[in-house]
Design a protein around this ligand. Structure first.
Ligand code: SAH
Length: 361
């Protein structure tokens, strides 16, 4: 008897998330279930405008349809384990998934609005030498709906103060281009005017540089903001910092970036982490300027976030300014990333890394 219950439970856990469905897919599902296609819009309204937390609450649907939805899909895919607020307003969420894994999502407050940083994978297999997200390897990809649900959850938290999520950055745990199809599905759902209706120009995706996927993404021509984690001005140094550069080398990566810019007409952001004594000298800035000269781009300098398991140190303030000045002198658009949520481990992977350590203690 107990075994039967356990089996039933695991089947229930594996129901797809309703947030994984595009409007069109939901219409098809309704048709297959002898329901009217227009119900899909009503369901989207409950999910993304009214943001209910149970199918039961979708009161303009018949009881029969609500029950059908209930037995086919899950609505509560994320359980909030930790919700920490920083003195600067940043809120960090640790969510538990149906299979017990945990992921992080961060809400950042800017003067231009509220931005959510989402996770795309449980862990990461890219192995960047400075990053906390990759420490335990990759456990699994997130479903599109598990990524969508992160934004919905944060929006539900903001509903209490009548605020809105105005932008989304795919810069949490995981390599979005290593979970390409689900990431794309996620983008289409949050961008849809009947979904969360977040404008393409308010969405940013960041990749460590999976070249074939950059071409594929360029061909999607989605007009969202695109960021590349560059971190080094030459291929040798990049391979030392990011093992992915051994498979996808910098010169080929730059070709892909040029393709992206030509195809989409969009500017690319280069993220450049400053790792003390490694890639932060004026010579590196000069070399970087040569590498990206003439490209429609912007450079975002990120002072290294301290990760206890990694031994990178911070670049002194004055040197950061010199680095920035050198790029500016070459006519390159550059900013130094403002830090938020320092007191709550808001740098990617840090909260989850801490949690994992506590689990294994
Ligand atoms: N996997 C994607 C998405 C992560 S985005 C990518 O690599 O682009 C998070 C950004 O923070 C990336 O640019 C990443 O390289 C950078 N990052 C990771 N750990 C960091 C650390 N300890 N200090 C500074 N930047 C870091």
């Amino acid at each position: 008897m107990e075994q039967v219950t356990a089996m039933k439970q695991s089947t229930i856990d594996q129901k797809p998330s309703i947030y994984s469905l595009q409007l069109q897919e939901l219409k098809e599902w309704l048709k297959e279930n002898n329901e009217k296609a227009f119900r899909a819009e009503q369901i989207f309204d409950w999910l993304y405008t009214k943001r209910v937390t149970s199918f039961e609450d979708m009161t303009n649907l018949s009881k029969q349809l609500r029950d059908r939805l209930e037995s086919a899909f899950t609505l509560t895919t994320l359980k909030t384990i930790i919700q920490q607020q920083s003195s600067d307003g940043t809120i960090k969420f640790l969510f538990e998934l149906h299979d017990g894994y945990s992921i992080e999502t961060v809400l950042m407050r800017h003067d231009y609005g509220n931005s959510v940083c989402v996770t795309t994978q449980v862990g990461c297999r890219i192995g960047c030498t400075f990053c906390a997200s990759t420490l335990g390897g990759l456990k699994r990809n997130l479903e599109a709906g598990e990524i969508v649900a992160q934004v919905v959850k944060v929006q539900q938290a903001l509903d209490k103060t009548d605020e809105r999520v105005s932008s989304v950055v795919i810069m949490g745990i995981g390599e979005p281009f290593d979970n390409f199809d689900h990431m794309l599905s996620f983008l289409k759902i949050i961008n849809h005017d009947k979904g969360l209706n977040i404008g393409a120009r308010h969405i940013t995706v960041s990749t460590s540089g999976i070249i074939p996927k950059i071409y594929k993404f360029a061909d999607e021509n989605m007009q969202i903001n695109f960021a590349l984690s560059l971190h080094a001005p030459n291929t040798e140094l990049r391979s030392r910092l990011m093992p992915i550069n051994r498979a996808y080398k910098l010169p080929d990566l730059m070709d892909a970036i040029r393709y992206y810019i030509n195809k989409t007409g969009r500017r690319v952001s280069f993220e450049y982490g400053l790792f003390g004594g490694v890639n932060d000298q004026v010579e590196h800035a000069e070399e970087l300027a040569r590498l990206i000269k003439g490209l429609k781009c912007h450079v975002n300098l990120i002072p290294v976030n301290y990760v206890p398991e990694r031994d990178y140190v911070r670049t002194p303030r004055e040197q950061i300014i010199n680095f920035e000045k050198t790029l500016k002198n070459h006519g390159i658009n550059v900013t130094v990333r403002r830090e938020q949520g320092h007191d709550i481990d808001a740098a990617c992977g840090q909260l989850r890394a801490k949690e994992r350590k506590e689990e294994t203690r």
